[in-house]
Design a protein around this ligand. Sequence first.
Ligand code: ADP
Length: 219
Amino acid sequence: MNEGIAIQLHELTKVYRGSTAPAVDKVSLDIPEGRIFGLLGPNGAGKTTTIRILCGLLASTSGEVTIGGFSLRHQLPSIRRIIGVVPQEIALYPSLTARENLTVFGGICGLRGSELKDRIGKWLRVFGLDKSQYQQVGRYSGGMKRRLNLIAGLLHNPKILFLDEPTVGVDVQSKNVIIENLMEINHGGTTIVYTSHYLEEAENLCSHLAIIDKGRIII
Ligand code: ADP
Protein backbone atom coordinates (compact mmCIF):
# COMPACT_ATOMS: atom_id res chain seq x y z
CA MET A 1 0.00 0.00 0.00
CA ASN A 2 1.29 3.41 -0.89
CA GLU A 3 0.76 5.33 2.33
CA GLY A 4 0.54 9.11 2.33
CA ILE A 5 2.47 11.29 4.74
CA ALA A 6 0.35 13.55 6.96
CA ILE A 7 3.19 15.38 8.69
CA GLN A 8 6.84 15.73 7.84
CA LEU A 9 9.45 17.17 10.20
CA HIS A 10 12.90 17.99 8.89
CA GLU A 11 15.61 18.77 11.45
CA LEU A 12 13.13 20.56 13.70
CA THR A 13 14.99 22.38 16.48
CA LYS A 14 13.90 24.55 19.40
CA VAL A 15 16.26 26.34 21.77
CA TYR A 16 14.33 28.30 24.39
CA ARG A 17 15.56 31.80 25.13
CA GLY A 18 18.16 31.76 27.90
CA SER A 19 18.78 28.06 27.51
CA THR A 20 21.87 26.46 25.96
CA ALA A 21 20.70 22.87 25.36
CA PRO A 22 17.99 22.49 22.69
CA ALA A 23 14.59 21.25 23.96
CA VAL A 24 14.08 19.72 20.50
CA ASP A 25 17.22 18.77 18.63
CA LYS A 26 17.15 18.23 14.84
CA VAL A 27 14.10 15.98 14.90
CA SER A 28 13.21 14.45 11.53
CA LEU A 29 10.05 12.34 11.29
CA ASP A 30 7.46 11.20 8.76
CA ILE A 31 4.02 10.73 10.31
CA PRO A 32 1.78 8.56 8.11
CA GLU A 33 -1.75 9.54 7.15
CA GLY A 34 -4.70 7.83 8.79
CA ARG A 35 -2.70 6.29 11.64
CA ILE A 36 -2.23 6.83 15.36
CA PHE A 37 1.27 8.10 15.94
CA GLY A 38 2.72 8.19 19.45
CA LEU A 39 5.54 10.44 20.58
CA LEU A 40 6.78 8.78 23.71
CA GLY A 41 9.34 9.90 26.25
CA PRO A 42 10.04 10.82 29.89
CA ASN A 43 9.18 14.20 31.43
CA GLY A 44 11.28 16.98 29.95
CA ALA A 45 12.09 14.98 26.79
CA GLY A 46 10.64 17.61 24.43
CA LYS A 47 7.19 16.16 23.63
CA THR A 48 5.10 19.23 24.52
CA THR A 49 7.57 21.54 22.79
CA THR A 50 7.34 19.47 19.60
CA ILE A 51 3.56 19.28 19.59
CA ARG A 52 3.17 23.01 20.37
CA ILE A 53 5.37 23.81 17.38
CA LEU A 54 3.35 21.48 15.11
CA CYS A 55 0.11 23.19 16.17
CA GLY A 56 1.52 26.64 15.45
CA LEU A 57 1.49 27.65 19.12
CA LEU A 58 5.25 28.04 19.44
CA ALA A 59 7.89 29.16 16.92
CA SER A 60 10.74 26.79 16.14
CA THR A 61 14.36 27.92 16.09
CA SER A 62 15.11 26.08 12.83
CA GLY A 63 13.95 23.22 10.65
CA GLU A 64 10.99 22.66 8.37
CA VAL A 65 7.54 21.19 8.98
CA THR A 66 4.87 20.25 6.43
CA ILE A 67 1.34 19.35 7.56
CA GLY A 68 -1.25 18.07 5.09
CA GLY A 69 1.03 19.34 2.31
CA PHE A 70 1.12 22.89 3.76
CA SER A 71 4.28 24.58 5.01
CA LEU A 72 4.06 25.45 8.71
CA ARG A 73 6.22 28.51 8.14
CA HIS A 74 4.24 29.94 5.23
CA GLN A 75 0.72 28.46 5.33
CA LEU A 76 -0.30 28.33 8.99
CA PRO A 77 -3.93 29.50 8.39
CA SER A 78 -4.50 26.54 6.00
CA ILE A 79 -3.02 24.18 8.58
CA ARG A 80 -5.26 25.58 11.33
CA ARG A 81 -8.33 24.61 9.30
CA ILE A 82 -7.38 20.92 9.12
CA ILE A 83 -6.02 20.30 12.62
CA GLY A 84 -7.59 19.87 16.01
CA VAL A 85 -5.62 20.58 19.16
CA VAL A 86 -6.18 19.12 22.63
CA PRO A 87 -3.66 20.72 24.98
CA GLN A 88 -2.52 19.23 28.27
CA GLU A 89 -3.89 22.08 30.32
CA ILE A 90 -7.66 22.24 30.56
CA ALA A 91 -8.94 25.20 28.53
CA LEU A 92 -12.61 25.42 29.54
CA TYR A 93 -14.90 28.02 31.12
CA PRO A 94 -15.68 26.69 34.65
CA SER A 95 -18.83 28.76 35.16
CA LEU A 96 -20.45 27.55 31.93
CA THR A 97 -22.12 24.17 31.39
CA ALA A 98 -20.51 21.54 29.14
CA ARG A 99 -22.97 22.33 26.35
CA GLU A 100 -22.35 26.08 26.69
CA ASN A 101 -18.59 25.52 26.57
CA LEU A 102 -18.88 23.51 23.37
CA THR A 103 -21.19 26.10 21.83
CA VAL A 104 -18.49 28.72 22.42
CA PHE A 105 -15.71 26.53 20.97
CA GLY A 106 -17.83 25.46 17.99
CA GLY A 107 -18.68 29.10 17.30
CA ILE A 108 -14.96 29.97 17.22
CA CYS A 109 -14.56 27.29 14.50
CA GLY A 110 -17.40 28.87 12.49
CA LEU A 111 -20.05 26.24 13.35
CA ARG A 112 -23.62 27.42 13.95
CA GLY A 113 -27.25 26.37 14.38
CA SER A 114 -28.52 22.83 14.10
CA GLU A 115 -25.24 21.47 12.69
CA LEU A 116 -23.38 22.64 15.80
CA LYS A 117 -26.16 21.38 18.10
CA ASP A 118 -26.13 17.95 16.46
CA ARG A 119 -22.36 17.62 16.64
CA ILE A 120 -22.32 18.65 20.30
CA GLY A 121 -25.08 16.14 21.10
CA LYS A 122 -23.27 13.34 19.28
CA TRP A 123 -19.89 13.87 20.97
CA LEU A 124 -21.37 14.35 24.44
CA ARG A 125 -23.08 10.97 24.00
CA VAL A 126 -19.95 9.30 22.60
CA PHE A 127 -17.83 10.51 25.52
CA GLY A 128 -20.45 9.65 28.14
CA LEU A 129 -21.16 13.25 29.18
CA ASP A 130 -24.74 13.64 27.94
CA LYS A 131 -26.25 13.18 31.41
CA SER A 132 -24.04 15.92 32.88
CA GLN A 133 -24.16 18.31 29.94
CA TYR A 134 -26.14 20.97 31.87
CA GLN A 135 -23.78 20.94 34.87
CA GLN A 136 -21.26 23.72 35.39
CA VAL A 137 -17.87 22.45 34.24
CA GLY A 138 -16.22 23.79 37.41
CA ARG A 139 -17.98 20.94 39.23
CA TYR A 140 -16.75 18.25 36.81
CA SER A 141 -14.13 15.68 37.85
CA GLY A 142 -10.68 15.88 36.27
CA GLY A 143 -11.48 13.00 33.91
CA MET A 144 -14.76 14.59 32.78
CA LYS A 145 -12.97 17.88 32.06
CA ARG A 146 -10.41 15.99 29.98
CA ARG A 147 -13.16 14.34 27.94
CA LEU A 148 -14.85 17.69 27.36
CA ASN A 149 -11.52 19.31 26.44
CA LEU A 150 -11.09 16.57 23.86
CA ILE A 151 -14.52 17.18 22.34
CA ALA A 152 -13.66 20.89 22.05
CA GLY A 153 -10.72 19.93 19.80
CA LEU A 154 -12.87 17.63 17.66
CA LEU A 155 -16.00 19.63 16.87
CA HIS A 156 -14.82 20.91 13.47
CA ASN A 157 -13.96 17.36 12.24
CA PRO A 158 -10.21 17.88 11.89
CA LYS A 159 -8.24 15.67 9.50
CA ILE A 160 -5.37 15.58 11.98
CA LEU A 161 -5.81 15.61 15.75
CA PHE A 162 -2.99 16.51 18.17
CA LEU A 163 -3.26 15.45 21.80
CA ASP A 164 -0.73 16.20 24.51
CA GLU A 165 -0.83 13.52 27.24
CA PRO A 166 -4.63 13.09 27.08
CA THR A 167 -4.75 10.45 29.80
CA VAL A 168 -2.42 11.95 32.39
CA GLY A 169 -3.99 12.12 35.85
CA VAL A 170 -7.42 10.83 34.83
CA ASP A 171 -9.45 8.07 36.48
CA VAL A 172 -9.51 4.62 34.87
CA GLN A 173 -13.05 5.03 33.53
CA SER A 174 -12.24 8.28 31.74
CA LYS A 175 -8.97 6.83 30.48
CA ASN A 176 -10.78 3.88 28.90
CA VAL A 177 -13.43 6.12 27.33
CA ILE A 178 -10.71 8.35 25.88
CA ILE A 179 -8.61 5.48 24.48
CA GLU A 180 -11.60 3.64 22.94
CA ASN A 181 -12.89 6.78 21.30
CA LEU A 182 -9.51 7.78 19.92
CA MET A 183 -9.40 4.40 18.18
CA GLU A 184 -12.92 4.92 16.84
CA ILE A 185 -12.10 8.44 15.60
CA ASN A 186 -9.01 7.07 13.88
CA HIS A 187 -11.11 4.38 12.18
CA GLY A 188 -13.16 7.24 10.76
CA GLY A 189 -10.03 8.43 8.93
CA THR A 190 -8.54 11.01 11.30
CA THR A 191 -4.77 10.96 11.75
CA ILE A 192 -3.93 11.14 15.45
CA VAL A 193 -0.68 12.39 16.94
CA TYR A 194 -0.45 11.85 20.64
CA THR A 195 2.22 12.21 23.31
CA SER A 196 2.57 10.05 26.36
CA HIS A 197 5.02 8.79 28.91
CA TYR A 198 3.07 5.53 29.37
CA LEU A 199 4.81 2.92 27.21
CA GLU A 200 2.15 0.26 27.58
CA GLU A 201 -0.73 2.57 26.69
CA ALA A 202 1.14 3.94 23.68
CA GLU A 203 2.03 0.46 22.46
CA ASN A 204 -1.61 -0.61 22.63
CA LEU A 205 -3.00 2.48 20.98
CA CYS A 206 -0.45 3.45 18.35
CA SER A 207 0.42 1.88 15.03
CA HIS A 208 3.58 4.00 14.88
CA LEU A 209 5.81 5.15 17.72
CA ALA A 210 8.84 7.38 18.12
CA ILE A 211 10.76 7.68 21.37
CA ILE A 212 12.24 11.05 22.27
CA ASP A 213 14.77 11.78 25.00
CA LYS A 214 16.63 15.03 25.67
CA GLY A 215 15.15 16.46 22.49
CA ARG A 216 16.37 13.68 20.21
CA ILE A 217 14.55 10.80 18.58
CA ILE A 218 16.25 7.70 19.88
CA ILE A 219 14.02 5.07 18.19
P1 ADP B 1 7.94 17.00 27.82
O1 ADP B 1 6.68 17.48 27.21
O2 ADP B 1 8.52 15.81 27.15
O3 ADP B 1 7.81 16.81 29.31
P2 ADP B 1 8.90 19.70 27.31
O4 ADP B 1 8.78 19.92 25.86
O5 ADP B 1 7.86 20.30 28.20
O6 ADP B 1 9.05 18.14 27.62
O7 ADP B 1 10.31 20.26 27.79
C1 ADP B 1 11.52 19.98 27.11
C2 ADP B 1 12.65 20.79 27.74
O8 ADP B 1 12.42 22.18 27.50
C3 ADP B 1 12.76 20.62 29.25
O9 ADP B 1 14.13 20.65 29.60
C4 ADP B 1 12.05 21.85 29.78
O10 ADP B 1 12.57 22.23 31.03
C5 ADP B 1 12.36 22.90 28.72
N1 ADP B 1 11.31 23.91 28.60
C6 ADP B 1 9.99 23.67 28.35
N2 ADP B 1 9.30 24.84 28.27
C7 ADP B 1 10.22 25.83 28.44
C8 ADP B 1 10.15 27.26 28.46
N3 ADP B 1 8.98 27.91 28.26
N4 ADP B 1 11.30 27.95 28.67
C9 ADP B 1 12.48 27.30 28.85
N5 ADP B 1 12.62 25.97 28.85
C10 ADP B 1 11.51 25.24 28.65
